[in-house]
Design a protein. Structure first.
Length: 532
């Protein structure tokens, strides 16, 4: 068998399909890389990293093959005389894209006339509706089309039972929410229309209650390069953005998500299939009317990017009705959880071989590994005291803070001494160590205040909480239940200090974005007043 890899997206889809044919010594697979696409970036590196056996294009054309598999409709298939299985690299024929061979647009996923007229093309689709859509373009092609279901969707569904494991891998603690942003490519996509959306989400969502992840279309990575993607979203990465790599992890991230913000890309439709609460940040006119994604858009709320984002996400989650996307999902996916055996039977039938009795397995995705994930070490902390004496604390990554916004109550910078950006540390009202001090805590606390004269409070970790030193010399010990971060504890102390209420005793904590009010979380504060 010959596998033709062309774009990063299509190569990943072929690799996933080949899992259905593993452990069969009768099959010999060779890879050929067609580098004629503008989005071929990363393909050669991927094939090399996986140590695939490769042949050149000329070698592939000259050699005889029993079957050819690709997930790119734009491969030149005219030189080959073997059956060619063309897999989808998304969910059906949902988009109109620029025609590289002309000035107009074409239906994405459809093999061009030159190849379908001269080669034995065998398209694979996920739903009979897609075969009928093909029939309007080429009745002959439709007759050679096989409906097998969707391999990627079945794999994503298999991962639902591992949701907690995926959330652990992404650092989403119990009681927190994972907001997943997914974007297809080009100007009408979520990121094409709103490039600052990752940073906006991180700036609007309280850090202690949320994590934000992003799944970018592989064409974005190919067009810009991984280095450029990291440069474009450097502030968001510094603020804790979990950037999912293009070759793996998107399905696991969907399973882990509490809310998905998408557009007209396939990942948004997969999110609907997994019954995630959805919002659309954009929806391009390149989406084909009458398709599953168009039906989904008609029933999905829009994200107002000009309004506060956190309340909209809260409403989307609270108002989600399980099964609300059923009509669109049913139009996109047939033979759910049967795609692997159906695809294998098709391949073995074309090869004239008997399929293995055991049949292929659909394996759940592995835990997602974010791309260049960073620990956040500087926060803007917003706080106030309520009528019952409880201290409300919400922190937001400093790298994406809005310096022009004037929230109610107090606002201060809290930075670890290890924070790379000196501006945040030098302007912080609270400076702390994020590891246990090497010397005695009192000396370390004094050293921090001497080193950073703008700070009103220094802090070091201690068992069960932290120890603090105020600029006026007051020593404060803070203890709480496990899991309360040091910047939250210092936020309580700072608020009490600034409002003149710093005394020993228990203080109710209201942590922004986390439903801890019912748990009765309290912070115990002990104050040793300054000498004299």
């Amino acid at each position: 068998m010959l596998v033709i890899a062309r774009t990063f997206t299509s190569t990943i889809r072929v690799l996933e399909a080949l899992d259905c044919l593993r452990d069969d010594v009768r099959l010999r697979v060779r890879f050929c890389f067609d580098d004629t696409s503008a989005f071929h970036g990363g393909v050669a590196e991927l094939l090399s990293r996986l140590e695939t056996p490769q042949v050149t294009w000329d070698e592939a054309v000259k050699a005889g093959h029993d079957l050819i598999i690709t997930a790119s409709e734009n491969v030149d298939l005219t030189p080959f005389n073997a059956p060619v299985v063309v897999l989808p690299h998304g969910v059906g024929f949902q988009k109109l894209v620029p025609d590289s061979n002309g000035s107009g647009r074409r239906l994405s996923g459809v093999v061009p006339a030159a190849s379908r007229d001269s080669a034995d093309v065998r398209p694979v689709v996920s739903h009979p509706d897609q075969r009928e859509r093909l029939r309007s373009i080429s009745p002959r092609l439709a007759e050679h089309t096989t409906v097998v279901g969707d391999l990627a969707y079945d794999r994503a569904r298999a991962g639902l039972r591992l949701r907690d494991r995926y959330r652990d891998a992404l650092g989403v603690a119990p009681g927190r929410r994972l907001v997943l942003l997914t974007s297809t490519w080009k100007d009408e996509s979520a990121l094409g229309a709103h490039n600052d959306l990752p940073a906006r989400l991180l700036a609007d969502l309280p850090f202690d209650g949320h994590r934000v992840a992003a799944v970018l279309h592989p064409n974005i990575w190919s067009e810009h390069s991984p280095w450029e993607v990291r440069r474009l979203y450097s502030a968001a990465l510094e603020a804790g953005l979990l950037l999912i790599p293009p070759d793996d992890g998107w399905a696991a991230a969907l399973a882990a998500a509490d809310c998905v913000i998408g557009d007209h890309g396939s990942v948004t439709l997969y999110a609907a299939g997994l019954d995630r609460p959805l919002l659309l940040a954009a929806f391009g006119d390149e989406a084909v009317p009458g398709t599953a994604i168009a039906r989904l858009a008609a029933r999905t709320g829009r994200l107002d990017v000009h309004a506060p984002l956190a309340p909209q996400i809260d409403r989307a989650i609270a108002g989600h009705v399980p099964g609300r996307h059923t009509e669109a999902v049913d139009q996109a996916f047939a033979y759910v959880d049967e795609a692997a055996p159906r695809f294998a039977r098709m391949v073995y039938g074309l090869l004239g071989l008997e399929a293995p009795a055991a049949g292929p397995r659909t394996l759940a995705p592995g835990p997602p590994v974010p791309h260049h994930a960073r620990r956040v070490t500087a926060f803007e902390v917003r706080s106030h005291i309520d009528a019952d004496g409880g201290v409300h604390v919400a922190r937001y990554p400093a790298a994406v803070r809005s310096v022009h916004e004037e929230p109610d109550g107090l606002r201060h910078l809290c930075a670890a001494e290890s924070e790379p950006d000196s501006r945040f540390v030098e302007n912080a009202s609270v400076v702390h160590r994020d590891t246990a001090p090497g010397s005695a805590a009192p000396a370390e606390l004094r050293r921090l205040l001497d080193l950073y004269p703008g700070a009103l409070l220094s802090a070091v970790p201690a068992e069960g909480g932290c120890d603090c030193l105020a600029r006026d010399g007051a020593a404060i010990r803070v203890r709480s239940a496990p899991g309360v971060a040091l910047p939250v504890l210092t936020g309580v102390v700072y608020t009490l200090l600034r409002t003149g209420r710093l005394t020993s005793g228990d203080v109710p904590l209201r942590l922004g974005g986390v439903p801890w009010e019912a748990a009765g979380v309290r912070v115990h504060v002990e104050v040793d007043p300054p000498p004299g």
